[in-house]
Design a protein around this ligand. Structure first.
Ligand SMILES: [Zn+2]
Length: 269
């Protein structure tokens, strides 16, 4: 019966879009008692409501930085960063959908009033994604900069300490570093120069999911002019690598729902 229930549960989770319920603390087995003839069976013990999933394993939040009156960096004479980050997110989205992800964006237009850091964090934290990707671009440097929070790694349980809004990323830093490594690896596999570093790029430190910022810099080859971040073939190579890296992170850190019963140790972010 339990096995059938688990199968139905797994099927239901699959049909509802692969919502991954984080394995709760392993519950001790309930002692079974055989019914005694003539004695009424004990009333069933009410079960507590199922906890909300800790995160959705097929959900990604993209945060195109800047917008509105905040142009970001001047990338060339006719290109500003806020437009590039938006266009890049719009191209990254279908690549992630092709990997089976649902994508939520913090903005899908150029708003008249720019989003505040808290508004961006609020959107991302509300939907509980597998990962959040903050998108920037720069006219300096070479290749792709992959940035994770500079906050110290904290091994904290939710109940053991208050979560400070501007340090909400702390318990997730280790997972964010894993995400940075996965994406860095797929970028390198696609022969793109990568620089991994840590910095408090807003709104990373206020996010409660594994998060990296991707900063697209010009691509300098051995000869000729560097490719600008606006170059579509360059962008496409980066997009393919990022989507592969996020999918790889999902495989290694968020097992599919069917494998949650008897979950492997170490999969909890
Ligand atoms: Zn920027």
């Amino acid at each position: 019966m339990t096995r059938i229930y688990n199968s139905i549960l797994a099927l239901a989770l699959f049909l509802t879009g692969g919502v991954y319920m984080m394995p709760a603390q392993t519950q001790p087995a309930v002692p079974q008692t055989l019914p005694v003839p003539g004695v009424a069976a004990p009333a069933p013990v009410p079960q507590p409501p199922r906890p909300a999933p800790a995160f959705y394993r097929n959900l990604v939040v993209l945060d195109p930085a800047h917008g509105g009156r905040d142009n970001g960096a001047q990338l060339s004479s006719n290109a500003v960063e806020k437009d590039l980050t938006l266009a890049f997110a719009q191209k990254l989205r279908p690549a992630l959908v092709a990997q089976g992800f649902t994508v939520v964006v913090t903005r899908d237009s150029d708003p008249s009033d720019e989003l505040t850091t808290d508004e961006r964090a609020g959107i991302a934290n509300h939907v509980r994604p597998l990962v959040c990707i903050v998108i920037h671009a720069t006219a300096a440097g070479n290749g792709v900069h992959v940035v994770s929070s500079s906050l110290a790694e904290v091994d904290s349980k939710p109940s053991s300490r208050a979560l400070l809004w501007n340090r909400a990323q702390e318990p997730m830093v280790a997972m964010s570093l894993k995400l940075a490594n996965e994406v860095g690896l797929t970028l390198e596999t696609n022969h793109l120069p990568v620089m991994l570093f840590r910095a408090s790029v807003p709104p990373i430190d206020s996010l409660i999911c594994p998060t990296i910022a991707i900063e697209l810099a010009p691509l300098k080859g051995n000869s000729g002019k560097p490719m600008l971040p606006s170059d579509s073939s360059y962008q496409q190579r980066v997009i393919t690598a990022i989507a592969d890296g996020i999918a790889s992170f999902r495989t290694h850190n968020a097992p599919p729902p069917t494998s949650v019963p008897g979950a492997k140790p170490g999969v909890t972010p």
